[in-house]
Design a protein around this ligand. Structure first.
Ligand code: TRP
Length: 453
């Protein structure tokens, strides 16, 4: 019986633990790597504004919804739906989340591997004396022509598995607490250097001056998908974490705090990147390599840049780890509780399967040129399909589930900890999850893929 596994479930120890763990999941490559690259490809200011609207209107309520489902059901993503709505097809929403976790972990580990290479290059002083053009060439050569990237990716996946194996409390909480504040400090240092570069105003203008003539359906869908990706919502990662949350913790304030912190870091990353992008004559629409070709330029222009560079890329790799463990945990919790696997077996089976897809992602950057689908290589395809299709679908159903399937009495009890906290905005929340979020997601999706518009 799976029950013996379920009774042994771990839990987060303290209030700070849940916020740190959820923020650890949310804050990662999505903020520092993905946000600048997607914002750059989608015109900057207007994208940011729409992204913020998506976070406020849909993101925060959905994060809260995932916490509620998980803590109420005390199960993994699949088991939570099964538990709350037994015998119904809703559990397939959870199953889709497990599949999405595989997809995301596969390309996420590629980028995390790139980050580790840049830790190595920082140590080896590999950026020294290179022009912006040479730094672009250096990255292209690294990602496209060697097995190095795959090796780093495997190392990253092994680290992720190691932490997940240590279990929820010892593994996840301990690491998240200490290092994230440090990352914040370092990004602020980078911002200061970046905005004082000659020509920096153009970057700030790009990021903060909305030009709505660049907005179309695809930009809006990107902004929505980026909100989901960055907040870790839409696939049950926060359902899974929610199931570890202490019954005394305040879900509403946790969701609000985590969402704001996550958004703040993404904006700071933008302030660190875009002024430098323009100052060094880099194309803001460069794509997934944007931060890897921009940041070394900033470090080269900083006193103590050698050390800052090492510390920054180490912390970025750690931020990626605290996110990737939350992705892997979705699969592991499912394997353990639903398929009755041992935690150890579950972790290695999940990691190995994801590694196999992941290798293809990394190799599609040049090593295996035929892994190409039209304009997109395999990496782009997984990145695209997760944030533009899978996460929005997941979010759509999670909103409907909270709004229409779960009893309001149960939702209120979970949100207020059985009446201990006041929830004055419950009506607003209810209208959002019942109507606004599902309708907005559906419209944005259909408009974004060109079905309507
Ligand atoms: N949000 C993380 C980041 O910004 C990535 C991530 C972790 C994620 N868990 C997730 C994305 C669940 C989507 C769903 O780096």
């Amino acid at each position: 019986m799976a029950d013996s596994n379920i009774s042994k479930r771990g839990g987060f120890g303290s209030k700070f633990g849940i916020i740190a763990a959820a923020a650890g999941s949310a804050i990662g490559l999505g903020n520092i790597w993905r946000f600048p690259y997607v914002a750059g490809e989608n015109g900057g200011g207007a994208f940011l504004l729409i992204n913020l609207a998506c976070i406020l209107l849909i993101g925060i309520p959905l994060m809260l919804s995932e916490f509620i489902i998980g803590r109420n059901a005390q199960r993994n993503a699949y088991g939570s739906f099964k538990n709350i709505a037994p015998g119904s097809p809703w559990r397939f929403v959870g199953l889709m989340g497990v599949v999405t976790a595989f997809v995301i972990l596969s390309f996420y580990s590629t980028v995390a591997g790139w980050t580790m290479e840049y830790v190595f290059q920082s140590f080896a002083n590999g950026f020294e004396g290179k022009s912006p053009g040479q730094l672009i060439g250096m990255f292209a050569e690294f990602k496209g022509s060697s097995w190095r990237a795959v090796t780093w990716q495997m190392l990253f996946l092994i680290l992720t598995a190691g932490i997940v194996l240590a279990g929820v409390q010892k593994g996840i909480e301990k690491y998240a607490k200490i290092l994230m504040p440090l990352l914040l400090v370092l990004i602020i240092v980078l911002c200061v250097r970046s905005v004082t570069l000659p020509g920096a105003e153009k970057g700030l203008h790009f990021l903060f001056h909305p030009d709505f003539s660049k907005v179309n359906g695809s930009v809006i869908l990107e902004a929505l998908g980026q909100a989901f990706f960055s907040l870790s919502i839409g696939m049950g990662a926060l359902i899974t974490y929610g199931s570890y949350i202490n019954k005394k913790d305040n879900l509403v304030s946790s969701a609000v705090i985590v969402s704001f912190a996550d958004t703040f870091i993404a904006i700071l990353a933008g302030v660190a990147i875009f002024p430098a992008v323009f100052a060094f004559g880099i194309n803001p629409a460069e794509g997934p390599e944007l931060v890897f070709i921009t940041l070394p330029n900033i470090f080269l222009q900083m006193p103590g840049g050698y050390f800052f560079s090492i510390i920054f890329f180490v912390l970025l790799a750690v931020a990626a780890l605290t996110s990737s463990i939350s992705i892997l945990e979705v699969v592991v919790a499912y394997f353990v509780e639903e398929l009755n696997m041992k935690r150890k077996t579950a972790t290695w089976v999940a990691t190995l399967s994801s590694a196999m897809i992941g290798i293809l992602c990394t190799a599609s950057q040049g090593l295996i040129p035929w892994l190409q689908f039209g304009e997109m290589n395999f990496f782009d395809l997984l990145d695209y399909s997760s944030s533009k299709i899978l996460l929005p679908f997941g979010g759509f159903f999670i909103a409907l589930f909270i709004g229409w399937v779960m009893k309001p009495k149960v939702v209120i009890a979970e949100m207020s900890n059985n009446g201990i906290f006041k929830i004055p905005l419950f009506k607003v929340f209810q209208i959002i999850v019942k109507f606004i979020a599902p309708a907005a997601i559906a419209l944005v999706f259909l408009y974004g893929i060109g079905v309507i518009g």
